[in-house]
Design a protein. Structure first.
Length: 369
């Protein structure tokens, strides 16, 4: 499952949960709550605050419906909406008959809680709990200030609170659990993808390394076999030159796996290090800035250079010049004429000039259009 599919699944789950909660709240507020209010209209000292409170709660639910259709959250409107819900609860209690807290006459006691939950459904559980406690506090404050908190009244209030707080709280807990499970599943999926990518990269790196070792064995193994059977002598200048070239190739191979900012210069430094160990003074200079080069291109750019460096007698200078459209690696060394390998990548050109014991060589790479 990719990121887009995971986001779509979580969005679909969120819409389904919001839709279900909205339908439950609409049935309780506009169905049961409105029926209780209408059946007790004669009991209220003033009916208008009750009707207004019901209309406001209905408007909040309608707002949730509009946002749900547009696929948008409450955002900055969430705080004002909760404030409005608590305000109309207080307004409703101002015209509630004495002794009717948490009864069927107190219709808003079991209605405003669901409207607040609709607004806060996608928020952390602690915020929903805080709202439910605030809603309970409004009703409890009315009970102690305007009613007589008798044992029967407190028992009725506690019994009613079991459903007024319990049912919305269960739904809020379920929503929080689903969000946590979704987040955990997303984190697990990302970790699995990371491990898969890392494994694929490691496998590809291993494949390339084995391929490169296979290529090296075509020139390195004969040297080792020659030393083993005595056909090659270590004091032979040609054999020393061949060993130096193979050593430089191996150093370059090892350098190719290093994570560095500029791989080409890093590999050239390793090639120059082999010549430096022979006592050759090597200067390395770079000018300009070039894009990231494929491994095959870097090998062609360094192959001729390491051949010249391995043959140099005492001194060499390597210069790298490049930009977005051309990369040039040149070397001047006191090595005389050398046999330079042919490039394997299209777009790579090699040019060499020899005068006396000095050789100038340049390798250029220009991307093929």
């Amino acid at each position: 499952m990719n990121d887009t599919t995971g986001e779509q699944a979580r969005a679909h789950l969120g819409r389904g949960l919001r839709t279900s909660t909205l339908l439950i709240a609409a049935v309780i507020v506009l169905g049961l709550g409105a029926a209780n209010m209408i059946s007790h209209l004669d009991a209220y000292p003033s009916v208008r605050p009750q009707v207004f409170a019901l209309a406001v709660l209905g408007a909040v639910l309608a707002g949730e419906g509009v946002l749900l259709l547009r696929g948008r959250p409450w955002g900055r409107l969430r705080g004002p909406a909760i404030a409005v819900v608590l305000a109309v609860s207080v307004l409703s209690y101002t015209t509630l008959p004495d002794g009717q807290t948490s009864t069927t006459v107190d219709w808003i006691f079991g209605a405003a809680n669901w409207v607040g939950l609709v607004v806060l459904l996608d928020r952390p559980l602690r915020i929903s709990v805080a709202f439910l406690l605030a809603h309970e506090g409004v009703a409890l404050l009315h009970l102690f200030l305007f009613d007589e908190p008798t044992g029967d009244a407190l028992t009725r209030f506690a019994t009613g609170s079991m459903s007024v707080v319990g049912f919305p709280l269960c739904l809020a807990v379920g929503a929080a659990v689903l969000r946590d499970l979704g987040a955990a599943a997303d984190a697990s999926r990302r970790e699995i993808e990371r491990v898969r990518v890392a494994a694929a990269v490691a496998a590809e790196s291993h494949r390339r390394r084995r391929q490169r070792f296979t290529e090296l064995s075509a020139t390195t193994v004969p040297l080792l076999e020659g030393f083993a059977d005595g056909s090659l002598r270590a004091d032979d200048a040609a054999v020393q030159r061949a060993c130096a070239i193979e050593a430089a190739r191996m150093r370059r191979l090892f350098a190719e796996t290093d994570a560095v900012a500029e791989p080409l210069m890093h590999e050239l430094r390793h090639c120059a290090d082999v010549a430096d160990r022979k006592g050759v003074a090597v200067e390395l200079d770079a000018r300009g800035k070039w894009p990231a080069l494929p491994v095959a291109v870097r090998r062609d750019l360094t192959e001729a250079v390491l051949t010249v460096l391995a043959t140099a007698a005492s001194r060499a200078r390597v210069t790298v010049v490049g930009d977005a459209g051309l990369v040039s690696v040149s070397v001047v060394a006191d090595c005389g004429a050398v046999d330079l390998p042919s490039p394997a990548v299209p777009g790579v050109e090699v040019e060499a000039l020899t005068g006396g014991d000095m050789t100038w060589m340049e390798v250029r790479w220009q991307p093929v259009p």
